[in-house]
Design a protein around this ligand. Structure first.
Ligand code: GLN
Length: 297
């Protein structure tokens, strides 16, 4: 039997070029970027090395690790699942298939929340419904150090991810995690200055049309909000009046076509001031409801 000739060592550049075309061929949107991120992970190195040492050869172990990661990504597993984390504002959050992967639009929701909290009491109480990774709750706790945050999550595996993130950032004393459905696990007397949520809001049809990364790898229950995509908003807004302090507000993320429908739900629940805000792409993305009828606010 002829001995196989040793494989020539692959360089960083060659590995990236090959992986980029493999990923492009399977429809991965930012193939080069993803290949770079995954190579950095396989090499346990930063991006700088990839850019400054394109001729560095890969060891056999490194090449094997990289090929495995690329194989998974080519099956359209989300980059964040393979990396195990996702940056969110000033945080780097653990993510697993148990939760929604935090999106840039939700970073904008936190921006809006911080603006709302500028006019709230000095040590505002915030309630995050359906916290997932804990992204909203942890970002607010970090960026508004006087705030006290309660975060609720129905899925216990997702809650485990939120807990890991909370522990990692040493926020256990400031972010109180509760297991349950929306308002159900809250102590009866608890009231909040801001109720915030990025609930499931896709319709089943939108979910079917979503990218494979979303449809096949993120939890459906975190994405689909009933037949019309609005069921979570009805429950959030109808339960809010009993949970708000005087002057308190509700702020939710919405799908780009849901502004009017969610605003109507908020008005029905008794909010007199309802505003729809856009994301950086100029699409409706948030609804803020304040000024509750009946003396509250
Ligand atoms: N923005 C997400 C998407 O389009 C949906 C997030 C959600 O339902 N809260 O995939």
């Amino acid at each position: 039997m002829p001995t196989p000739s040793p494989q020539p060592a692959r360089t960083v550049r060659a590995a990236l070029d090959r992986a980029t075309s493999e990923l492009t061929a399977t429809g991965v949107p930012d193939a080069r970027y993803d290949a770079e991120q995954l190579l950095a992970k396989a090499l346990n190195e930063g991006m700088l090395l990839l850019r400054t040492q394109p001729e560095r050869p890969l060891s056999v172990d490194e090449a094997t690790r990289f090929d495995t990661l690329i194989r998974h990504r080519a099956r359209r597993e989300p980059l964040q699942h393979l990396l195990g984390n996702q940056p969110f504002r000033s945080l780097i959050l653990k993510v697993t298939p148990a939760t929604l992967i935090p999106r840039p639009e939700t970073e904008e929701l936190v921006d809006r929340a911080l603006k709302v909290l500028e006019t709230a009491p000095d040590a505002p109480r915030v309630l995050d419904l359906g916290t997932g990774t804990g992204c909203i709750a942890l970002a607010i706790a970090t960026e508004h150090p006087a705030s006290r945050v309660t975060a609720v999550e129905l899925s216990d595996t997702a809650l485990g991810v939120a807990k890991a993130n909370t522990d990692h950032y040493g926020l256990t004393g400031r972010v109180h995690l509760l297991h349950g459905d929306l308002y159900a696990p809250l102590p009866t007397a608890d009231r909040f200055d801001l109720i915030i949520s990025n609930p499931p809001y896709l319709t089943p049809g939108e979910w079917r049309e979503a990218q494979p990364e979303v449809r096949d790898f993120e939890p459906r229950w975190a994405l689909v909000g009933g037949e019309d995509g609005l069921s979570a908003y009805r429950r959030i807004f109808s339960g809010a009046p009993a949970r708000l302090t005087e002057g308190g507000s509700v702020l939710v993320e919405i799908g780009w076509s849901q502004g009017e429908a969610v605003a109507a739900i908020a008005r029905t629940a008794g909010f007199r001031q309802v505003d729809v805000f856009q994301d950086l792409a100029g699409r409706d993305r948030m609804v803020l409801a304040t000024n509750l009828i009946n003396g509250k606010g």
